[in-house]
Design a protein around this ligand. Structure first.
Ligand SMILES: Nc1ncnc2c1ncn2[C@@H]1O[C@H](COP(=O)(O)OP(=O)(O)O)[C@@H](O)[C@H]1O
Ligand SMILES: Cc1ncsc1CCOP(=O)(O)O
Ligand SMILES: [Mg+2]
Length: 287
């Protein structure tokens, strides 16, 4: 086969795969709207409002319950658990561990956001302990995933990343291999890996970094997507990342800055339809 023919075939295959991913994304969002999964969120105080509104906007039910005493009654009722260490304390860490253990015992997925993992010894140890409890998906920014993969304190700026997501691909792969979790890294390009294949989701706008808790909220969205498709967590995670990014792109059209984008993001998520997803989703295998 000649080189031009090979290139044409490669382009055709890439377009077909991309189209299949867009359709999958639309299917999983439709399932979330039909099944309205209940998501228990043990998350930081900064993110509670945006993460809960993100879940409601796509049809899921958020419940921000984090008291240790409530876990035995409540966690058996949920479809997925979301744990985020953003405003960690030893009290809430205990609740996180008990809830994660119970979720695993009950066969329910749990999704982990290791905010600022490489920032302090207390936080790093807590994240490494939580990883031992077998999360289904871990989603962080580049600096967080690199710190976890090396199991060491590292270059980071609190909750913000000092690394590009693409610089964390190898770290994400080795973290996925070491833990058995699907690992997602957000940034200009979002990536998702099971340790072997790497999927890229290329939606979103830079201004999303200027709204606190967009990372936390997209991890909550991943929890809702995994809740309705628990046997395909890599697809669910890529779809959630793309959906959140598309909502950001649409919301940016008449936003004046981060505050109006925050409002528009929720409106766009709520109004997202099949046409917009098929037109805007940019998910492609990177390897
Ligand atoms: N440069 C960028 N271009 C487009 N989207 C971005 C960019 N940076 C972050 N995002 C999006 O913003 C959201 C939050 O990601 P990120 O800022 O990496 O997380 P965190 O808040 O945990 O650091 C994600 O949906 C991500 O895709
Ligand atoms: C600013 C801040 N401080 C502790 S948690 C938190 C929110 C972090 O949210 P995100 O990781 O989504 O930017
Ligand atoms: Mg974060």
């Amino acid at each position: 086969m000649e080189k031009t023919e090979q290139n044409q075939e490669k382009n055709y295959n890439q377009q077909t795969q991309s189209q299949e991913w867009s359709e999958k994304t639309n299917d999983i969002l439709s399932k979330v709207r039909q099944k309205t999964p209940l998501i228990q969120c043990i998350t930081n105080y900064v993110s509670m409002d945006l993460a809960a509104n993100t879940l409601l906007a796509v049809g899921a039910s958020p419940a921000m319950l984090h008291a240790l005493e409530e876990i035995p009654d409540f966690t058996p009722q949920i479809d997925a658990l979301y744990i985020n260490v953003g405003t960690l304390s030893s009290t809430v860490l205990q609740a996180m561990k008990v809830a994660a253990e119970l979720a695993v015992d009950l066969g329910k997925p749990w999704i982990f956001d290791p905010v600022a993992a490489g920032c302090s010894g207390f936080r790093l140890r807590a994240c490494l302990d939580l990883l031992l409890l077998k999360p289904t998906v871990v989603r962080g920014n580049g600096s967080e995933i690199i710190a976890l993969s090396r199991a060491s304190l590292g270059d980071t700026k609190g909750a913000d990343s000092v690394h590009e997501s693409m610089d964390a691909i190898e770290a994400a792969k080795s973290l996925a291999q070491a833990t058995g979790a699907i690992v997602a890294v957000t940034g200009a390009v979002d990536i998702v890996t099971d340790g072997k294949q790497v999927i890229g989701a290329n939606n979103g706008v830079q201004m999303m970094q200027k709204i606190t808790a967009t990372g936390c909220s997209v991890t909550a969205l991943i929890a809702a997507f995994v809740a309705v498709d628990p046997t395909h967590p890599i697809e669910a995670a890529a779809a959630a990342l793309s959906v959140f990014g598309i909502a950001g792109e649409l919301g940016m059209k008449d936003a004046k800055g981060p505050a109006s984008l925050r409002v528009n993001l929720i409106d766009s998520l709520h109004g997202l339809d099949q046409v917009s997803i098929l037109q805007h989703a940019k998910i492609t295998p990177l390897s």
